[in-house]
Design a binder for this molecule. Structure first.
Ligand code: NAP
Length: 329
């Protein structure tokens, strides 16, 4: 039987999610990789338990995480039943719909039909009565935004989700979505976007939009899927994501330019008393509009190292300039 650590809330810092009543942990855990049907249940179980023991109250899912699609939600459902069910009220569980999920015209993009059917499927797979956050996973250029946001509003009104969020929306799409949701009476809680030292698009408008609209922000792949850690400094390890067949991170993404930058950044991190992974997380969290850094982990020790990033979040002007110099090089 699992007995979570009594002290689990002592060290984690919680940051307010926009103008809402919710605070999220500085580090959240995503189950995109390592929790699929192809992965070890016991390893996933160890990671999830350790996360909860260290105060990580937010777990992120999507309908199609696996592989196969849906299996990360099933794994989470099994682990919830085994370990975490008594602590449901201490957890913020999110899921999403918006990418390819099932065949035919109703299993992708942003229709009301797809979103609401997908949410019902997610609840069945996880065994949850409700999710805390239901996201539209990506903008759909062909469906009226009113229809997609109407589906999120309906999800919340039906009690199947507590809050609504959007993901991968650009600043203009975000502002429109936020306005529609506000009109409907279901405020947009959070936006989930890619942000790391290697992917800086949110700095050109999105972070500003979120701050001015009072919407929280959660940065996904803040470690650039492992490129902004020490994982690839000496080649591509056989057990790494880049070596996995069909991973989104390809061997060719681990190129000389990125590895040289990671090496220089790792030296700078060391001078700050951090690992490169830790500095990469502190770097995305330096913006007030970033509520949480959403990491993945294939091992318990990675997660522990990443959570310890919260012990040092401040940067000197010189350090920030040093990072800019390396990234520009
Ligand atoms: N909304 C969206 O469209 C979207 C898209 C992508 C992701 N997400 C969400 O964001 C979450 C995180 O994405 P991500 O997994 O790409 O994030 P990430 O934190 O950038 O990358 C995680 C990977 O980096 C490696 N790693 C992590 N910590 C490490 C450490 N301390 N030292 C060395 N290597 C380390 C591990 O890879 P190895 O396997 O090599 O050990 C780990 O699986 C996902 O689970 C999902 O919830 C959302």
């Amino acid at each position: 039987m699992y007995n979570p650590r009594q002290e689990r809330y002592h060290q984690m810092s919680y940051r307010r999610c926009g103008a809402s009543g919710i605070r999220l942990p500085g580090i959240s855990l995503g189950l995109w990789h390592n929790f699929g049907g192809v992965d070890s249940l016991e390893n996933g179980r160890a990671i999830l338990r350790r996360a909860f023991d260290l105060g990580v109250t937010h777990i992120d899912l999507a309908n199609n995480y696996g592989p196969p699609y849906g299996s990360a939600e099933q794994t989470f459902g099994r682990l919830l039943k085994l370990d975490l069910a008594p602590y449901r009220d201490e957890l913020i569980i999110s899921t999403k719909a918006g990418y390819d999920m099932w065949p035919g015209p109703y299993g992708d993009w942003g229709s009301r039909k797809y979103l609401l059917a997908s949410l019902d499927q997610s609840l069945r797979r996880t065994g949850l009565e409700y999710v805390d956050i239901f996201y539209h996973h990506r903008p759909d250029p062909e469906t009226p935004l009113e229809e997609t946001m109407g589906a999120l509003d309906q999800a919340v009104r039906s009690g199947k989700a507590l809050y609504a969020g959007v993901s991968n929306y650009n600043p203009a799409e975000t502002a429109q979505a936020v306005a529609i949701l506000r009109r409907l009476g279901t405020p947009c809680l959070i936006h989930q976007f890619a942000y790391s030292m290697f992917r800086r698009a949110p700095e050109s408008g999105l972070l500003h939009t979120l701050a001015s609209e009072g919407v929280g922000g959660i940065a996904f792949s803040p470690l650039a899927q492992g490129l902004l850690t020490e994982r690839y400094l000496d080649g591509i390890p056989a057990d790494s994501r880049a070596a996995r067949p069909n991973a989104y991170l390809k061997r060719q993404d681990v190129d000389e330019t990125r590895v040289a930058k990671a090496r220089a950044l790792a030296r700078l991190a060391k001078a700050r008393g951090q690992s490169l992974a830790q500095m990469s997380l502190a770097w995305v969290l330096r913006h007030a509009a970033v509520t949480s850094a959403l990491v993945g982990a294939s091992r318990v020790d990675q997660l522990e190292q990443n959570i310890a990033a919260l012990e040092k979040l401040d940067f000197s002007g010189e350090e920030l300039a040093g990072i800019e110099g390396i990234l520009a090089g």
